[in-house]
Design a protein around this ligand. Structure first.
Ligand code: IVH
Length: 674
């Protein structure tokens, strides 16, 4: 038997409701989830012994009552109005001029700017402070009774204090707000759906709409719905004269109100404030489709009246849409430098936020399968901020059976060679290094600044060389002749000569750069430097085993395997042979046993002035290849300052601290090269 009294039960109800408020409305819980669950458990226990004590206010009633067969109709106490739209500043100015002509008070009125929450209007009725009815907007005159669903939304107060504030909450009190889902909650929800192999939801708004119109409130209870309140529809006995005060009052009596609301003392301030909102939009945890500008003086707003269904005293400034629905005409595949096959959507062109979108990313093949995206589907496309447009998912209701399931390609669409999928990775690869689609990307990477740094070899030239079959692999770059280049678009003698000499010069690049340039998956610049420290040339590296590679810092089993695989491929062996025959074969200056310290190990260098034989990048690479470190400023821990022509203040600093100053030839001596 329960040992709790009725009073204790009511106290517990109050306590839990307060925690609900702190958590769901203020976002400031004061107890842990576990403690909260414990309180709820006690409550349930008491209620199972005393079912007669349960009131609609009990927190236990907010998990969803029994399903209904249909929603009853509800007459709204006042028309639930809509808003006229403005799309730019001009429209706002025109609105203000229109209403100025109707009422002289407009000239000196202030305004409130509110986010236009992309959710669904709900109308909440309270009697003597108790929630008793929640309705959808419907046609603005008549909505539907969704009270059981509303009760499951924890941020909606089930009780509002009467008489406790400087203002009285009237006996009949009707509030309007927007039900929505936070972006973070939405992501969380979709993660759960994915984990349980259920279909993911398309967007927060549709999900919120579907959840509110659920006949089974227990399902609604599982969705992370929230509310933001923004208007009082009816308040018997008490009038509200300012929108700003209304919002603050709503907040005081327990309704969540958007934090981002702004008070503007005049219209100029409105115009400057709205400019900030495109930026604010990107940082909100909920979607907005614009801002609402409302005249603060509610008496004036009321007197301005209504035009159709739109109150004249407020206007919505709509932002460009970010989502649009269009047809997925086909799925194309891009082949990247590393051979990754990336699918993309070929769309029926559609305008999103002022830009015509014809293509959108589909991320990867798993994504297509998980979202069940089929060719011919109508798909929802999102284009927001700096993000590349992407396909959110198919609109299932519009399928007519003609849509085709897309199969992950087993062959590279360009070279026809079999594709590979590495366990644990989502990407599908074409592993044929001679694949023409990859070739342009591979050559582009080979000649790039961080690799062989062939100055003047841009993407346009690379494309031509590959298209004219002058370059069939990266080694072919070194067989190019002046007359080959002169045949290309835009090449005169001088330019061709410069490029030939840039190609020639690249033969002097250190081993680390050549390793980078090969474009082995997982081997970037840093890793290449590590490899070059451990192997004297590409022959040695090509003989390395997976186990020995894994001894090197930063090399895990995956990368080690990638390296071994790269060198094992006959086409790559061929490339190496050609590079060697063209003398593109850097050798690390000093051969040494692994783990034997290098000549400059543990030594820190600072370089100042112009060196005769090295550029700044080259000397850094050179010192690092020999085990040393190069830093930017002289300190006590500097071992040597390497000084060239016209040294700077670093030299003085070195003298001051008594640090050894050396020149290039002394450096060579340190490494025993001379
Ligand atoms: S005020 C007379 N304020 O936008 C009051 N509406 O396009 C008229 N909405 O149906 C509405 N956020 O569902 C208002 N801060 C906000 C709003 C807002 C979203 C929605 C609301 C309305 C629609 C009009």
């Amino acid at each position: 038997m329960s040992t709790y009294t009725h009073d204790e039960y009511l106290k517990l109800v109050k306590e839990i409701n307060n925690h609900n408020y702190l958590y769901h409305v203020l976002d400031q819980p004061v107890i842990s989830d576990a403690e909260f669950d414990r309180l709820l458990k006690v409550l349930r226990k008491i209620e199972s012994n005393h079912p007669e004590w349960i009131t609609p206010e009990s927190p236990s009633q907010r998990v969803g009552a029994a399903p209904v067969s249909k929603f009853e109709k509800v007459n709204h106490p006042e028309p639930i109005l809509s808003l006229a739209n403005a799309f730019d500043e001009q429209d706002l100015i025109a609105w203000r001029e229109r209403i100025s002509r109707l009422d002289a008070r407009v000239a000196s009125t202030s305004y409130v700017i509110e986010p236009k929450i992309d959710g669904l209007t709900v109308v909440l009725h309270y009697h003597n402070g108790d929630f008793f009815l929640g309705a959808t907007r419907g046609n603005g005159e008549i909505g539907e009774d969704i009270s059981s669903n509303i009760r499951t939304i924890k941020s909606i107060p089930m009780h509002i204090p009467v008489n406790q504030h400087h203002r009285l909450v009237p006996a009949n009190f009707v509030v309007r707000g927007e039900v929505y889902i936070r972006l973070s909650d939405f992501d969380e929800l979709n993660k759960k759906m994915l984990a349980s192999e259920e279909k993911e939801y398309l967007n927060p708004r549709n999900t919120a709409a579907g959840s509110l119109r659920q006949l089974d409130p227990r399902i609604t209870a599982e969705r992370p719905l929230r509310i933001l309140a923004y208007a009082i529809v009816e308040s018997s006995g008490e009038d509200f004269h300012s929108q700003w005060e209304t919002l603050n009052f709503l907040r005081e009596i327990g309704f969540p109100v958007a934090k981002e609301i702004v008070f503007c003392k005049d219209f100029n301030s409105v115009l400057s404030q709205v400019k900030l909102w495109e930026e604010i939009r990107d940082h909100l945890d909920y979607e907005i489709d614009g801002v609402v500008i409302k005249i603060d003086n509610l008496d004036l707003a009321n007197d301005l009246g209504v035009s159709g269904k739109d109150p004249r005293g407020a206007i919505a400034l709509k932002f460009p849409a970010r989502e649009e629905i269009t047809k997925l005409n086909d799925i194309g595949i891009n082949v990247g430098r590393t051979g990754v096959l990336t699918p993309y959507a070929i769309l029926e062109p559609v305008e999103i936020g002022g830009v015509i979108v014809k293509q959108a990313t589909l991320h990867n093949f798993d994504y297509i399968r998980e979202k069940d995206i089929r060719i011919g589907d109508r798909v929802l496309i999102k284009r927001a901020g700096d993000v590349i447009p992407y396909v959110i998912g198919p609109i299932l209701q519009t399928r007519d059976g003609s849509e085709k399931v897309f199969e992950t390609p087993e062959k590279c669409p360009v070279c026809g060679q079999p594709t590979e999928k590495i366990p644990g990775e989502v990407a599908v690869y074409c592993v044929n290094a001679a694949c023409p689609a990859q070739l342009v990307r591979i050559v582009e990477y080979f000649v790039s600044r961080s690799a062989m740094d062939i100055v003047g070899m841009g993407i346009k030239i690379v494309e031509q060389l590959v298209a004219d079959e002058l370059v069939k692999d990266v080694a072919d770059l070194y067989s190019l002749r002046l007359e080959d280049l002169l045949k290309l678009d835009g090449f005169a003698q001088k330019k061709a000569e410069n490029l030939i000499s840039a190609i020639e010069n690249s033969k002097n690049q250190p081993l680390s750069r050549l390793i980078t340039a090969l474009g082995i998956r997982g081997v970037g610049e840093v890793m290449a430097v590590e490899l070059a420290k451990n192997y004297t040339d590409l022959d040695q590296l090509s003989r390395a085993t997976q186990a020995s590679l894994m001894q090197i810092e930063g090399v895990g089993p995956n990368i080690a395997r990638q390296i071994v695989d790269w060198f094992a491929r006959p086409s790559n062996q061929e490339i190496l042979k050609k590079l060697k025959s063209f003398s593109v074969w850097p050798v690390t200056k000093k051969t040494r046993e692994r783990n034997e310290p290098l000549a400059l190990s543990g030594k820190t260098f600072v370089v100042t002035g112009t060196l005769a034989n090295f550029s700044r990048t080259e000397i850094k690479e050179f010192i690092e290849e020999n085990g040393g470190k190069v830093t930017g400023s002289v300190s006590k821990s500097t071992n040597y300052v390497l000084a060239g022509e016209n040294p700077g203040s670093k030299l003085d600093k070195a003298r001051e601290l008594g640090i050894e100053i050396i020149d290039e030839s002394q450096l060579m001596k340190l490494i025993s090269l001379v």
